[in-house]
Design a protein around this ligand. Structure first.
Ligand SMILES: [Zn+2]
Length: 365
């Protein structure tokens, strides 16, 4: 593909891009209401972070000689790294599909990362009036003939089920209805798991898993939460991309998925002190592809790591992990339900989608 620098784009724009559009050579710089302009670079659409920050009423700063760029405002701090895909959103890690770049003196980010991730967190989606989060589908990973990860003689399938059972009790106590994809050491087909959630009209789908170091080492550690990769985007975990970047049922809820994953990751980090933040990641795991409701997959730590094992093997630790997940569900619920008094918690600027073209301030997510 032909490489077009930003400066070149700007020059072309001044000379009149209509002719180029007509010639089908370039589709850059479009303005919709007050939203930031799109620039094209190396055959992808980007947004200048300076444009986005000023639209959102944030200050963008960069220390001389540093790769770090920070967008900040009241109760909000977003840190980006030039040439990096990891972003810290109020201290919680997120992974973009493509690196943030510095091109011709401008810092740019892939437009879909900006819209799908940043805009979603700054200005979260809301449920239709009167709609509530009531039924949670818990999916204990693996089971039966499929043990999942192994660490010594401990099998992932045992601990995902133990966590699901602990979590179920706590969710019921908190007033939720709970659907389980399995209640025993049974094999359940991957496609059947989201199907169970759909048949039972679950409002959220939560798949529970644990990691283990593949080489038997004990260094790798930390929690991560996966949301479905958006159409056309690169996954953080590319092994589940199965050769197709097309849209799946799970993409109907792209914004809700990433918002839910963010609240869950944040809650896990808050409730499990000292745990490594592996961030909100993206993957086209089958259960996420087929879920028709907001869905996440939690990797609740490494079975092979002594620090993480505190929350995996013992009943007390599992209770803390379960409570962290309940809190993550509650945080998401408060944010998306209208009229539940949540607006003040997450910022008084969250608004309905009909006003999404106006420039809201920041919210403290
Ligand atoms: Zn697993």
């Amino acid at each position: 593909m032909r490489r077009v620098g930003l400066r070149r784009v700007a020059l072309l724009n001044r000379r009149g891009f209509v002719a180029l559009l007509a010639a089908g050579l370039w589709t850059g710089v479009t303005r919709v209401g007050a939203t930031p302009a799109v620039v094209r670079y190396q055959d992808r659409q980007y947004i200048r972070l300076s444009d986005w920050a000023s639209w959102r009423g944030l200050r963008l700063s960069r220390s001389p000689g540093s790769r770090e760029i920070v967008a900040s405002g009241p109760n909000l701090r977003i840190a980006f790294l030039i040439d990096g895909t990891r972003v810290e959103y109020n201290g919680t890690g997120l992974w973009f599909s493509y690196p943030v770049l510095a091109v011709d003196g401008q810092v740019i980010a892939w437009a879909q990362d900006v819209r799908g991730v940043l805009d979603t967190l700054v200005q979260p989606p809301r449920l239709a009036p009167g709609k509530r989060i009531r039924t949670i589908c818990l999916d204990a990973g693996h089971g039966g003939k499929e043990p999942g990860q192994k660490s010594g003689n401990r099998l992932e399938k045992q601990y995902t089920l133990a966590l699901a059972q602990e979590l179920r009790g706590r969710l019921v106590d908190a007033g939720f209805s709970v659907v389980m994809t399995r209640r025993s050491d049974a094999y359940v087909d991957l496609a059947e798991r989201p199907a169970i959630a759909i048949r039972n009209s679950a409002d959220l789908f939560v798949s529970l898993h644990y990691n283990a170091s593949p080489d038997g080492g004990s260094d790798a550690s930390g929690v991560e939460v996966y949301a479905m990769t958006p159409e056309g985007a690169k996954s953080t975990n590319v092994s589940a991309d199965v050769g197709s970047l097309r849209a799946w049922a799970g993409n109907e809820n792209d914004r809700e998925n990433v918002l839910f994953a963010y609240h869950m990751q944040r809650s896990l980090l808050q409730r499990l002190p000292g745990t490594m933040d592996r961030g909100v990641r993206r993957a086209r795991f089958l259960v996420l592809r087929l879920a028709e409701m907001p869905a996440i997959l939690i990797e609740g730590g490494f079975m092979s790591n002594a620090g993480d094992a505190r929350w995996i093997y013992s009943e007390t630790g599992r209770g803390r992990m379960a409570q962290a997940i309940v809190d993550g569900i509650q945080a998401y619920k408060r944010q998306v339900e209208r009229g539940s008094g949540s607006g003040a918690i997450q910022g008084n600027t969250s608004s309905t989608s009909s006003t999404s073209r106006s420039a809201p301030g920041s919210s403290k997510n």
